[in-house]
Design a protein around this ligand. Structure first.
Ligand SMILES: NC(=O)c1ccc[n+]([C@@H]2O[C@H](COP(=O)([O-])OP(=O)(O)OC[C@H]3O[C@@H](n4cnc5c(N)ncnc54)[C@H](OP(=O)(O)O)[C@@H]3O)[C@@H](O)[C@H]2O)c1
Length: 341
């Protein structure tokens, strides 16, 4: 476990970076995304932070708070429902018009639901879209800007990382259905969780190879008291808030600590890009068990998850190609052809 004091020591060294790091927080208007944006702004020189979400009131409150924490920061809110991939493309277009590099893409967008399949107008389940497809569309669309950041000749400016916060663990008795990856016909909440986890795991392995100058992390936050129950309505949300602050408190990670730990995950040198991991002392083991492979599965405490027989079997059966091939087909149908799946 990386101790909280080691995390804080690392984060306090981030002023090392040259001014003007650019970070995009997809899901930055609440919970882990907000807490991580706040610690990032606190720890860096003149960062430019984009918060993507739907709630302008919260965004405005957060921007005021972050501006006070670091008056040299530049803060922008982009309002969008990114469960639609065509909206993701609009957001990326707006960012690309303003920036030529991105140092950090941090994604927590999502929600908790007990409802069944809820199809968007693009034909994807809304939850699976937010937990997987939308995130990977952001990564794909912004990857060239992340590469530009990585190639900055200033060694104090070349941070280039994507972090997707969900859960790399796949329950023991569940395996993805490769014949129905978007769960058109076999949707259940359990399958949705399994697919989102597995697809994030293997998609980041694809990205680490396709974009070797950037690194890609899939991080498990543990239990954190956030707005995750918001879509269950105000009563459930309030109950969850009270339970989270009392009964479950001893088992949960404090929100501020979670933000600090996710800044560590977003910046610690051991989670190095594949292209330069050889030059990094103590590069971490990648999700494929290869040191410095550029794709990392992280636990809440900063450690990488150990080997998984289940993932290894899936990997040797071509999971990465199957998942990425399917994802590209979905992107083509929705984003290039303007259709639905
Ligand atoms: N909290 C936990 O204990 C826990 C445990 C394990 C895994 N996770 C995972 O960690 C991730 C982050 O969770 P969190 O606890 O930080 O949740 P949260 O507080 O509910 O934050 C979710 C963020 O996603 C945004 N969002 C939701 N739907 C959106 C949409 N359609 N379009 C644009 N933005 C949208 C929300 O912004 P707006 O309201 O502004 O739209 C908010 O900023 C989630 O994927 C969750 O499943 C959380």
């Amino acid at each position: 476990m990386v101790s909280l004091s080691a995390v804080r020591t690392h984060n306090s060294s981030l002023k090392y970076f040259s001014p003007g790091l650019v970070a995009v927080f997809v899901g930055g208007t609440s919970g882990i995304g907000f807490a991580t944006a706040r610690e990032f702004v606190r720890s860096t020189n003149s960062p430019h932070v984009y918060l993507v979400g739907r709630n302008p009131t919260e965004a405005s409150r957060i921007i005021d708070e972050l501006q006070q924490i670091n008056p040299s920061s530049k803060l922008d809110f982009i309002k969008s429902d990114v469960s639609l991939l065509r909206n993701v493309d609009e957001v990326c277009k707006e960012i690309k018009e303003k920036e030529n590099k991105i140092n950090l893409l941090f994604m927590t967008v999502g929600y908790l639901t007990f409802q069944g399949r809820n199809e968007t107008t693009e034909g994807l389940d809304r939850k699976l879209s937010l937990h997987y497809y939308a995130r990977m569309r952001f990564a794909q669309q912004l990857a060239p800007l992340l590469t530009t950041a990585a190639k900055d000749p200033d060694p104090k400016a070349n941070l280039s990382r994507v972090v997707t916060v969900l859960d790399p663990n796949i329950s023991r008795n569940f395996t993805p259905n490769f014949e129905d990856l978007d769960l058109k016909t076999t949707f259940s909440l359990k399958n949705c969780g399994t697919h989102a986890s597995a697809m994030n795991n293997f998609a980041i392995e694809h990205f680490a190879k396709a974009y070797p100058d950037s690194s890609f992390c899939h991080a498990y936050p543990s239990g954190v008291n956030t707005g995750i129950m918001r879509e269950q309505g105000p009563v459930m949300s309030a109950i969850w808030n009270v339970v989270g602050k009392t009964v479950f408190k001893p088992f949960m990670v404090d929100l501020t600590e979670s933000g600090e730990r996710h800044v560590y995950a977003s910046t610690a040198p051991q989670f190095a890009p594949k292209a330069n991991a050889g030059g990094v002392q103590d590069a971490a083991k990648g999700s494929d068990e290869v040191t410095g492979s550029g794709a990392y599965q992280l636990s809440w405490n900063g450690e990488v998850f150990g080997p998984s027989k289940k993932l290894e079997t899936m990997r040797s059966n071509g999971a990465e190609d199957k998942i990425w091939g399917h994802t590209e087909q979905v992107f083509k149908k929705i984003c290039e052809e303007g259709g639905k799946v």
